[in-house]
Design a protein around this ligand. Structure first.
Ligand SMILES: [Zn+2]
Length: 324
């Protein structure tokens, strides 16, 4: 008999995907909680393992519907302590009948899990300092980019998790990044590159949010993640706990991005996501010395001090008119 590890698929033995499911005895919604979609973001696995222990010890009672915990969604990247295995798992997430890399293989299993649930809480952390925030999806629409009809349910879910800031407009902004790169003559990106776990969940008829718990190394990020799991389960009526109150204080719509046009373009100042800027305030500086200024009062989103040509130096958001 041949050694099973010598079969053609080199990644098949590169770490199984562990999922732990608790099913209530009464019918109800099914929540999926993911950690470590990015392998170096360890607050998710720690928060999720704590929630699993809570369920097993009876501190957290699952009475209705079900919750499935996946502490580590990208085992290869997690084992390596890196953001990615072969590539970013949170991009171009679709079913791949012919998987070409590790993330395609893990992605196929994750897509099946996502299709089998109603709501998704995807727990991440970030490199910079800053307060937790939640990414959520578009308004109800029948457009081509991201058709959706669960905006009210998703918004209420996002607002209960515990993070003070909610941000939307990701996929529209990805389209802006694609055109900006086109103007610079850089290799073309496909709009489907912008599809991660939450986008896939919405395409399947469910809804989902990305919780950014804080800095990768901050122990408080684990508390944020764990608190959000408890709030999500209470909000959906899956646990017997009293529903949490709405905790979000501000909603931001991403409306633009500052792209790195050439080496030497850089952020002006040390921004964090959610920092407010005044109209006309310099937010970045071109290699030529020209300032890039805020077009209106707004907020800095995802500032990057290591942006290369074609990357976003930062995104720009404004106060959203969405009511949740
Ligand atoms: Zn992440």
């Amino acid at each position: 008999m041949s050694d099973p590890q010598s079969v053609a698929d080199p990644d098949a033995f590169d770490g199984a995907l562990e999922s732990v499911c608790f099913t209530g005895l009464a019918p109800g919604p099914k929540l999926l909680v993911l950690g470590a979609v990015h392998g170096n973001e360890t607050c998710g696995p720690q928060a999720i393992r704590r929630a699993i222990a809570d369920c097993r010890a009876g501190r957290l009672r699952i009475g209705r519907g079900a919750v499935t915990f996946v502490p580590v969604a990208n085992p290869k990247a997690y084992r390596q302590g890196t953001r990615e295995g072969d590539r970013n798992l949170n991009r171009d997430l679709h079913d791949k009948p012919v998987p070409l890399d590790y993330e395609d293989r893990v992605g196929n299993r994750l897509c099946a899990l996502l299709r089998d649930h109603d709501a998704l809480l995807d727990i991440h952390s970030f490199r910079s300092q800053g307060e937790p925030f939640v990414f959520f999806g578009p308004e109800d629409n029948a457009g081509d980019l991201e058709p959706f009809r669960q905006a009210a349910a998703e918004g209420a879910f996002a607002a209960c998790l515990g993070a003070p800031t909610l941000i939307h407009g990701w996929l529209d902004n990805y389209a802006r990044l694609i055109s900006a790169r086109e103007r610079l003559g850089l290799p073309e990106l496909s709009p489907s590159e912008g599809h991660g776990t939450t986008e896939y969940m919405r395409f399947c008829g469910g809804y989902g949010v990305t919780l950014e718990c804080g800095n990768h190394e901050d122990p408080a990020a684990i508390e944020v993640g764990h608190g959000a799991i408890l709030n999500a389960l209470a909000h959906l009526g899956i646990s017997g706990s009293a529903p949490p109150s709405r905790q979000a204080r501000q909603v931001i719509r991403i409306v633009d991005l500052v792209i790195c046009e050439q080496d030497g373009d850089r952020l002006e100042g040390s921004w964090k996501t959610g920092d407010a800027v005044a109209a006309g305030q310099p937010i970045a500086r071109r290699a030529s010395g020209d300032a890039v200024t805020a077009p209106s009062p707004g907020f800095i989103i995802f500032p990057s001090s290591s942006a290369k040509r074609g990357d976003g130096i930062c995104y720009f958001g404004v106060a959203s008119d969405r009511t949740l």
